[in-house]
Design a binder for this molecule. Structure first.
Ligand code: PEP
Ligand code: MG
Length: 757
């Protein structure tokens, strides 16, 4: 058959199928009519439709040619027989001698022994197999690629009837069963610790395509042309917007994207699909489904990225074709707890979901300092990032356990595994209740030593914890967060408002504002940071501030204005030399005088501190303590520089222990120095939020800790069960020893002495 003629035949067939689908009768009767039409039109003796049912099974629902008594009786497991193989792999199969195929299984009730050839295609819905459409011939027949394509197109139209819930309940078609049934463990990176259990909700656009078969093919081509033009326009706008923000990687990505959008091969395939009689949106969807199926087999990472981009573009194109009418974001059914799966999320997007039911987040991308991780920390939602192809491997509705503590995601776990994690969650809930009961009780050890517990904050969202958990203040306010989440730099007024609000939330409790710590792993979208070999040791924090003094001056101005008639504490990050601190103090004084001259207003008091996170400062302690009003130790950075161990590199994250005598001895030296000089010292690195580490810190002399808000309960509980005096002398002994890590010894100590860590 000539190509043009074949296209005409297919178009006619689709139109007839559409009429039957829209006609009267039960879904089952319509399906029976459809198989006979297909068999006749495609000149095959057999045409059968198998529908995927709960329990990993494909059931024969309609047939022309096989014995009628086999309908609703013949069942094959996914992976079993040729039909099962088509479903398992989600790929077409065409065999001229089907019975010689190693996977062929004979089902006597069907009477299929006389048929030699078989061609089958998966019936896909949203990239998932919901059934199999197969034709068979008595004679040995070579099916052409065109015929396979045609059968795929028919299957696509049929998907609507199979999956609309008339044949089998929608619940049965839910992805828990069937092809994606096997439990799966995915690894990623811990972006925010914790455990979350729920059903998967995919954060991506899904489209319900109601019109599959076209009335007028020319009109569909025109709709496609217009949508492509609109999409190009939108992409150009994005490009222009990014051009304003400078060059850099962001722009390159967009430009590549734009090039792919012009990919003629992709557009031609969509055009071809329209020619077969599909509507423009159905054609895009069909090409998208093909890409989706292919994606499962591609291992080359570059190609995968490209395929990913194409899929993404198809979604964009659908948005333009459907003008958002049919674009729906997948949302959990009923009020089930859910786990959000996304490629990446903006900080605001996370807040769009109902927070009470959102139990965890799984991201294909993301780093610990990604904006979404920062917001998730404030909301206490566990996050595992860098989970490869999470959106492809996890299906909507899959039960998911996010064990962020161990950076793993368990998809469709067995009942035993679920039970174990449920127990673990119950134990956590119990602990939370115990922590809540500590509300109002002071953080004082058994032997009467008071420990000041403050929180680290970066969002106003964090500030609610001040009242909730009754902490002593904010030991570290990371001011860079608003700079990281906006496309432009916040001006003095908007900064002033933000800092003022933070102070208001804090009431009469102190807030230590740290000046901008951008650079390194904390990038601002509005700035071209340039590429650096070693960004953590590069142009960051106070170094950027001194090279761009206007930025720092504006921030100091905003801080001063926000603190009129209140106490102001300012802390400089990444100080490596005492002179840098002096320089910061001078700038602050200048701004203070300027503000006095301008408005006459000034903070009630001013305290200037430094973060101790660069080892060089350890050898300048004598001078440092003379220059500062307080010190705060940033062990996240100090640790990475002491051990030359990148804090964001997961390969080495377990190699060195924060409970090493090396670090503890250094920290003790600082504490003693500060005590002798009468300079308040606190510790605001992540280690202070881990109960066992915090126990050791108190043991070596710390009396002030600043921690992430969700850790407050656990730390308070540890403090209230600790006897400092006895731990102190034990730690003296341990720190003089040669062990690389004191973790096991300290764990045993905690257990023996009833310290709740
Ligand atoms: C630190 O380095 O320990 C710290 C608290 O600062 P940040 O994590 O923001 O670098
Ligand atoms: Mg730091």
């Amino acid at each position: 058959m000539q190509h043009g003629q074949a296209v005409l035949v297919l178009r006619r067939l689709l139109a007839r199928i559409r009429d039957v689908m829209a006609g009267n009768g039960s879904a089952q009767t319509r399906l029976a009519r459809i198989v006979s039409i297909i068999a006749k039109d495609m000149a095959t003796e057999v045409c059968s439709i198998y529908v995927r049912r709960a329990g990993d099974v494909l059931e024969l629902f309609a047939t022309q040619g096989l014995r009628a008594t086999a309908v609703r009786r013949t069942r094959l497991r996914v992976g079993e027989g040729l039909i099962g193989e088509i479903a398992a792999k989600g790929r077409p199969l065409a065999l001229s001698e089907a019975q010689t195929h190693p996977n062929f299984v004979y089902r006597p009730e069907t009477g299929e022994e006389v048929y030699h050839s078989l061609m089958g295609v998966p019936i896909l819905r949203g990239g998932r197999v919901v059934g199999v459409l197969a034709v068979q011939n008595v004679n040995v027949r070579q099916y052409t690629d065109e015929e396979i394509e045609a059968l795929q197109t028919v299957a696509m139209v049929l998907a609507e009837l199979v999956a609309n819930g008339d044949l089998v309940g929608r619940d049965e078609l839910s992805p828990v069963e069937g092809v994606g049934m096997a439990p799966m463990r995915l690894e990623g990176a811990r972006l925010n610790a914790g455990l979350g259990i729920g059903v998967a909700v995919l954060h991506k656009h899904r489209f319900t395509i109601r019109r599959l078969v076209a009335e007028d093919t020319r009109e569909e081509h025109e709709r496609l042309r217009k949508a492509v033009a609109e999409m190009h326009g939108a992409l150009d706008n994005m490009l222009r917007a990014s051009a304003i923000a400078g060059t850099g990687e962001h722009r390159e990505v967009l430009e590549t994207y734009r090039l792919i959008a012009e990919d003629v091969g992709w557009l031609r395939r969509i055009g071809d699909a329209i020619n077969t009689g599909l509507t423009a949106e159905a054609a895009v969807q069909k090409v998208n489904d093909d890409i989706h199926a292919r994606m499962r087999q591609v291992s080359d990472s570059y190609l995968r990225e490209r395929v990913h981009d194409l899929e993404d573009l198809a979604n964009r194109l659908l948005q333009h074709l459907l003008h958002g009418d049919d674009a729906v974001i997948d949302l959990p059914r009923g009020d089930a707890d859910f786990v959000l799966v996304a490629s990446n999320l903006g900080p605001a997007q996370l807040l769009d979901y109902p927070s009470g039911k959102l139990k965890a987040v799984v991201l294909e991308e993301g780093s610990p300092n990604a904006h979404v991780a920062i917001v998730a920390r404030a909301l206490d939602i566990p996050v595992v990032g860098q989970v490869r192809d999470a959106l492809v491997r996890i299906e909507s509705g899959d039960p998911v356990i996010v064990d962020a503590d161990h950076a793993q995601v368990l998809v469709r776990p067995s009942e035993d595994v679920r039970a174990i994690f449920r127990r673990s969650q119950m134990a956590r809930d119990l602990r939370r209740a115990q922590y809540a009961a500590l509300k109002g009780m002071p953080a004082v050890t058994l032997d009467g030593v008071a420990i000041s517990v403050s929180i680290n904050a970066g969002l106003l969202l964090d500030m609610q914890h001040i009242a909730e958990s009754e902490v002593d203040g904010v030991g570290l306010y990371r001011t860079e967060v608003p700079f990281m989440v906006r496309s432009e730099l916040p001006n003095v007024e908007s900064q002033r408002q933000l800092y003022r609000k933070a102070l208001e939330y804090a009431g009469d409790k102190p807030v230590v504002f740290r000046t901008l710590d951008i650079g390194g792993d904390k990038m601002m979208p509005s700035w071209d940071h340039g590429k650096e070999e070693n960004p953590a040791m590069g142009w960051r924090a106070i170094r950027v501030s001194f090279d761009r003094p206007a930025l720092l001056r504006q921030q100091l101005r905003a801080l001063i204005q926000a603190s009129v008639d209140r106490d102001l504490s300012v802390m400089f990050p990444m100080v490596a030399e005492v002179e840098e601190l002096r320089c910061g103090r001078r700038l602050l004084q200048d701004e203070l005088e300027r503000e006095r001259a301008r408005s006459g207003g000034a903070p009630r008091s001013l305290r200037v501190g430094a973060m101790l996170e660069v080892p060089a400062l350890l050898w300048q302690l004598d001078r440092l303590v003379e220059e500062v009003d307080f010190l705060s130790i940033g062990t996240n950075d100090l640790f990475q520089f002491l051990f030359a161990s990148d804090r964001g590199n997961y390969r080495i994250s377990e190699r060195y222990d924060s409970l090493s005598p090396v670090l503890l001895n250094v920290l003790r030296m600082v504490v003693e120095h500060c005590r002798a000089a009468g300079v308040p010292v606190s510790l605001c690195g992540e280690m202070a939020a881990r109960p066992l580490d915090a126990m050791a810190l108190i043991g070596i002399g710390f009396r002030s800790l600043s921690i992430s808000p969700p850790a407050v309960g656990a730390i308070k509980m540890m403090i209230r069960s600790l006897d400092v005096a006895s731990l102190g002398s034990y730690l003296d002994l341990l720190c003089a020893g040669r062990q690389a890590s004191l973790r096991e010894k300290l764990k045993a100590y905690a257990q023996d002495h009833g310290v709740l860590v």
